[in-house]
Design a binder for this molecule. Structure first.
Ligand code: AMP
Length: 605
């Protein structure tokens, strides 16, 4: 098979390292690509990016330095101490091996001229790449020895400069800083005549984000081949990104006067690919996260009616007992490698699909959002934990704000405002003005407890089947002599509390909402207001779901306690009329300390 000498690549790397101009870097790459046989151009591209494949399926590079130093000692026949000391001095394993090789006395004429040993076969891009893959894939007992053996055999055939880059590559330290866009520029110039064809190549790359593959298609079949690159089930598409604004008026102006407003769930983005019974899940960074979420795999299998589909949604952690949404951090438990089954039980999740990119052979990328939404709804069978992302259509700032408050009080980060104009396509890989996120730049902090009255309850699920999962809690309004709801509390209860609550509440149970209770929520069970519990939450927010202070601060919004928790104190000393009042809650809301949220939070995976 046609191949390229690794020495050419090493020379190229050396030149790249001394270049500070992006233009010169691109020109160097163009020259290299033109010399590379198409058969190995994918491997060359991976090596140059310092990886072994596309992000979604690359074997992990990164042999421990200690192991690599051992291989150096073995390959050069030098004492380990000498190697380790050189490393201490130079701090770069690549320079260590190069220096030691240069110091080594040539043992034969051939060695003298070639810088390599007698029986050497020159290193090629293909051989280096394949060896690095074998090193990365070696696992289990004996893996260390296998890795060393492969590395030693490469080093024996390497010239000093080749060894420098080889060792940097194998330890994951080859940092040339060649950006993907520079590679695309160079590919365009080398195989499409000029950089002008870059958008066509970029599109193919967004649909199939594997630069090695893109380079190979271009080198072998040119632009015609590239234009045929299509969405493929099992290969993640580069996700569309959102701009950010904090003013609903401005958002509306940007989006043409009206837009689709959707809950911005606080979880992990997922791109789910389905082909028959096979399901693959990819993160926003295109990592394959299928193994973290066997339950999501099952949901996609069961609830996506198409034979083949690619959809996007958010995975959100749930409180296993109440079914309420939890913050993003709770999902981290699902990232572990072992005991996935156990984690699945303890940390259940829900999925909220919000977009669809492909169905049964048809790409939907260029359809406007309202049509994609329609297709999504047709393909999905909603279930308890698999529900379409909640959205509405808004044409005033007031409507956006109202929906925003509802979203926040339900545990979301804010809302996503999405264009629904005829050109509202799925803009792969790009941050654009078709999607605008609207998040808070501050939150409040609730520091005091409140005493609230139990007015209703919701049946529990999971471990709490047979008892109550959450209680509907209300504050008192002395002026009207009624109880108005502020939250559903499901956290903070011990097993003992859970066992005793139904007994405690039984005498007050009635089959309809009590006339002194004002509620917009429909509880499973209603009670005569009697039992008072102490509750604390993360903050008090505005919410259209609750009736406490409804319309007092903003039209159509009441007050809600976010992430509420029972403190363990039954306020048996208090009558319901002694509970925290509506006025007191308004005061607490106004006096809450504002806590600034980071402007550009660390991107969720
Ligand atoms: P950010 O991470 O703040 O840039 O916001 C973008 C992220 O919001 C996406 O990557 C998704 O993970 C998440 N998200 C939550 N809900 C939605 C939604 N309805 N539409 C789009 N993205 C959403």
């Amino acid at each position: 098979m046609a191949d390229l000498e690794y020495s050419l690549l090493a020379e190229f790397y050396e030149k790249i390292e001394s270049t500070s101009s992006r233009l010169a870097m691109t020109d160097l790459l163009v020259g290299l690509f033109r010399k590379t046989p198409p058969e190995v151009i994918d491997k060359l591209v991976y090596l140059t990016r310092g990886v072994l494949g596309p992000d979604y399926e690359a074997p992990e590079l990164g042999v421990a330095e200690k192991l690599a130093l051992k291989a150096v000692a073995q390959a050069l026949g030098v004492g380990q101490k000498e190697v380790d000391e050189a490393y201490k001095k130079l701090g770069d394993i690549g320079l260590v091996v190069e220096e030691l090789m240069n110091k080594r006395k040539p043992s034969s004429l051939l060695d003298f001229f070639g810088g390599a040993s007698i029986s050497s076969k020159p290193l090629t891009v293909g051989r280096v790449y394949d060896s690095l893959v074998n090193i990365a894939k070696a696992t289990g007992p004996g893996a260390q020895d296998t890795k060393i053996t492969i590395l030693v055999s490469l080093l024996k055939d390497a010239k000093p400069k080749e060894a420098r880059y080889l060792l940097r590559a194998v330890t994951g330290k080859l940092r040339l800083g060649v950006a993907d866009m520079t590679i695309i520029d160079a590919l365009s110039a080398a195989f499409a005549g000029s950089k002008a064809m870059k958008p066509v190549i970029e599109r193919a790359y967004n649909v199939h984000p594997d630069l090695g593959y893109i380079a190979k298609v271009l080198a072998e079949r040119g632009l015609e081949g590239i234009k045929e690159v299509k969405v493929t089930v099992g290969i993640p598409v580069k996700p569309m990104l959102a701009e950010r604004l904090n003013d609903p008026e401005e958002i509306l102006r940007k989006l043409g006067g009206s837009c689709l407003v959707e809950y911005k769930y606080d979880g992990e983005r997922v791109q789910a690919h389905k082909k028959g019974d096979n399901v693959y899940l990819f993160s926003r960074r295109l990592e394959n996260i299928t193994s973290h979420y066997p339950d999501v795999v099952e949901m996609v299998r069961e609830n996506v009616k198409a034979e083949e589909a690619v959809l996007e949604g958010e995975i959100v952690a749930l409180n296993p007992d109440t079914g309420e949404m939890l913050p993003f951090q709770e999902l981290m438990h699902r990232r572990r490698k072992y005991d996935v089954e156990e984690a699945m039980e303890a940390y259940p999740v829900a999925v909220f699909p919000f977009d669809i990119l492909y169905v049964n052979g048809e790409s939907l990328l260029d359809l406007p959002l309202p049509e994609r939404k329609k297709r999504l709804a047709e393909v999905i069978r909603e279930g308890d934990r698999f529900r379409l992302a909640r959205f509405t259509v808004a044409s005033s700032a007031e409507e956006i704000l109202k929906f925003f408050e509802e979203a926040v009080s339900e545990g979301c980060e804010g809302v996503m405002c999405k264009s629904q104009s005829p050109d509202s396509i799925y803009q792969m890989g790009a941050r654009g003005w078709l999607w605008v996120k609207f998040k808070r730049d501050y939150r409040y902090e609730m520091t005091d407890t409140v005493d609230l009255v139990v007015v209703g309850a919701f049946y529990g699920r999971g471990k709490r089947a047979g008892t109550y999962g959450a209680l509907l809690m209300a504050a008192y309004s002395p002026e009207e002599d009624v109880f108005k709801t502020v939250c559903k509390v499901g956290s903070g209860f011990s097993d003992e509390d859970l066992a005793q609550l139904p007994k405690l509440l039984e005498p007050y149970r009635i089959d309809h909402r009590h006339p002194r209770v004002v509620s917009r929520m429909e509880a499973d069970v209603w009670f005569v207001p009697a039992v008072v519990l102490e509750v604390i939450g993360a903050e008090i927010t505005l919410s259209p779901m609750h009736t406490c202070a409804l319309g007092r601060i903003r039209p159509e919004a009441g007050l809600a306690i976010r992430f509420p928790r029972f403190t363990g104190r039954y306020r048996v000393d208090k009558k319901p009329e002694d509970a925290t009042t509506e006025e007191e809650l308004i005061e607490i809301y106004k006096l809450q300390r504002k806590v600034a949220l980071p402007k550009a939070p660390v991107e969720a995976a």
